[in-house]
Each structure stands twice: as structure tokens, then as C-alpha cells.
Design a protein around this ligand. Structure first.
Ligand SMILES: [Ca+2]
Ligand SMILES: [Ca+2]
Length: 206
């Protein structure tokens, strides 16, 4: 009886001690489903040219996007995802009047454990905010070193397509999306000379 009581008290003390040490380490699932949801493309090329046609992007739009990007978190960590979403809403508003938008298409490739799988990203016409449905890699082992590589082009009827950019998301980005339990926007403009700004992914335990 006494032994049992000591045991109970010890357990209570241990629980109190552990709860004082901040959140317990998160248990990550072995496998996840990773869906690519959308992308946010910059108002023009890195050289300031319009995506389609001969024009240039208004300087005001470029400056506004730069100003807004300066307020965005560098990576899409879960605790910063809400802030990133707000910045994207402002960027979307800032580029709403930009004409000559691209026609994004491309592919997304998942590299994990020495293997790779690809899914096409079908063309979307005249948009800086393409969205896709059903682009999902399912039952994927969640391991360090995994990569999600997104490659986008502006489809052109005349001449070759304009590259928009290739960006890679990491295990850290994927865990951030898993933790946040909703679409998380990962900032990738440093990887694409500012041509591709964000990639939205959703990651769920499976
Ligand atoms: Ca073009
Ligand atoms: Ca085009």
C-alpha cells in the first residue's frame, strides 16, 4: 500500500516536472500524404519584363512586392504560416492589376530515399496564382533528406516556354505543413531570382 502511494506521488512529481519543461517532443508519423496546392508567381521576370508580350512590369508593382516580401518569414515554419498567408493576400492584391500574366505549367517531383516520382502540373491560363487539384504523393515515408522539387514554365504559343523557376522544399518544410494542419505557404523566391515566390502544400498523416 505504502509502496503504491510512493509510486503515485513519484509519478505525479515526474508529470509536474515534465510539464514544466515546455511542450513534449512531437511524435512524427512514419508516412504522410503530400499535396501540392498552389503557387504564387512574381509579377514579371527577374529582368522586370512582363511574362507575356513585349511590356515591362510597372516599377510600383515590383517595389510593392519587394516591400511585402521583406515582411514575410524566410521559411514556412508552422508558427509563421498565418503571417505568411496574410503577406500572400497582400501580394495577391498588389499584383491584381498586372496584365500579361503567365500560363504556368510544369511538374512536381518527390525525391525520397534514392527514389523519385513525378506528377504533371497542367497548364493554367493567365494567372499569377495557379492552383491544382489532386496533385498528391500518398503514403510517403517521412525521412530526413527528402525533397519536393517544383518546376514551372510559362507556356507560350510563340517561341519556347519561359522558365519561371525550380524550387525545392525540404523535410523541414514538409514537417511545418504537417504540424500546422492546413495549407502552408513555403517561401522560395531566393531559389528562383524572385520569379516564383511561394509554393503552397498540405501534408497529412497517413
Ligand atoms: Ca511568355
Ligand atoms: Ca505565356
Amino acid at each position: 500500500m505504502i509502496v503504491q502511494k510512493i509510486h503515485t506521488v513519484a509519478l505525479a512529481l515526474l508529470t509536474a516536472l515534465l510539464s514544466g519543461c515546455g511542450p513534449a517532443p512531437q511524435r512524427l508519423p512514419d508516412r504522410v500524404n503530400i499535396a501540392l496546392i498552389d503557387a504564387t508567381i512574381g509579377p514579371g521576370t527577374a529582368q522586370g519584363k512582363a511574362w507575356d508580350g513585349p511590356g515591362t512590369v510597372p516599377i510600383a508593382a515590383l517595389q510593392e512586392v519587394s516591400r511585402l516580401l521583406a515582411t514575410a518569414p524566410m521559411r514556412g515554419k508552422a508558427e509563421e504560416a498565418a503571417k505568411t498567408g496574410a503577406v500572400i493576400a497582400e501580394i495577391t492584391a498588389a499584383i491584381a492589376n498586372v496584365l500579361a500574366r503567365p500560363d504556368p505549367r510544369g511538374q512536381v517531383e518527390l525525391l525520397v530515399g534514392g527514389a523519385s516520382r513525378r506528377l504533371p502540373l497542367p497548364e493554367r491560363r493567365d494567372t499569377l496564382r495557379p492552383t491544382w487539384q489532386g496533385v498528391s504523393f500518398d503514403q510517403i515515408p517521412l525521412v530526413e533528406g527528402m525533397r519536393l522539387r517544383i518546376q514551372l514554365f510559362d507556356a507560350d504559343d510563340i517561341g519556347s516556354d519561359d522558365p519561371i523557376g525550380t524550387a525545392e522544399l525540404t523535410h523541414e518544410d514538409i514537417v511545418a505543413a504537417l504540424t500546422h494542419e492546413q495549407v502552408v505557404q513555403i517561401r522560395v523566391d531566393q531559389q528562383t531570382q524572385g520569379q516564383l515566390l511561394f509554393v503552397g502544400i498540405s501534408v497529412a498523416e497517413r
